[in-house]
Write a protein that binds this ligand. Sequence first.
Ligand code: PGA
Length: 268
Amino acid sequence: MRKHPTLSHPRAFSRIVVANWKMHPSMPREAERLFLDIRREAVRRKRVETVIAAPFVYLGALRRLITAPVRLAAQDVFWEKEGTYTGEISPAMLVNSGVSHVIIGHSERRALGETDDMVSRKVAAAVKEGLVAIVCIGESERDASGRYLNVIETELKAACASVPKKALPLLMIAYEPLWAISRGDGKGQTATSDDMHEMVIFIRKMLTGLYTRTIAERVRVLYGGSVNEENASVLLKEGRIDGFLVGGVSLKPRAFASILTAANEVAQ
Ligand code: PGA
């Protein structure tokens, strides 16, 4: 496992907020402006690690704007080191471009054909290179008989399949039920705090079975799906989660700053 050149303590922060810009914005200038606007807010909330997941093409330019506690993430990665894979980006390319985190298995990628096996290979390759893998798992619907828990179990097992115990500090699980992800405005239906708390317990129980209890307690579990300035505080306090993966609202620095404030308040 390679040690990331800048990530000396992958678990230094108790709360993490990830901005998932998805396929926005269209201009490099706008990406830099947005990064700086978020950075200005983030540096005032030092107890929170703010991770900005930008489109690949902007990563090289954004790396020079990184200042603690802001980190740079990619939204995907490929599992091979190099070779004849047109269009793909390797873990080493990300590390060498100043990236420390990577989102893997987002439901929008799974909808385009990404399988559990592909997610598993990507996670293994990413942590091997020292990247923090933010792995998204989540059911498309909730049924009364609890079949949605099987979906979570399958996706979680695949995510961990090739992650050795010593690499677990580099793993974050983002619980993102598909029915809660907004269409870009952060205004969909969120999971309730109870749903979330139940899921955190379930995920930790599964991780305990796969590794050990002590290690399972230390894996960070995030929530994503219509997080906004109004619901962030309650979700953090009652949902017992370690942070958020924010889509739509991460493009609005003011509203995003309120989410950072909520996380900073609960962080020790
Ligand atoms: P949303 O997106 O915050 O707009 O619901 C979350 C995500 O897809 O990561």
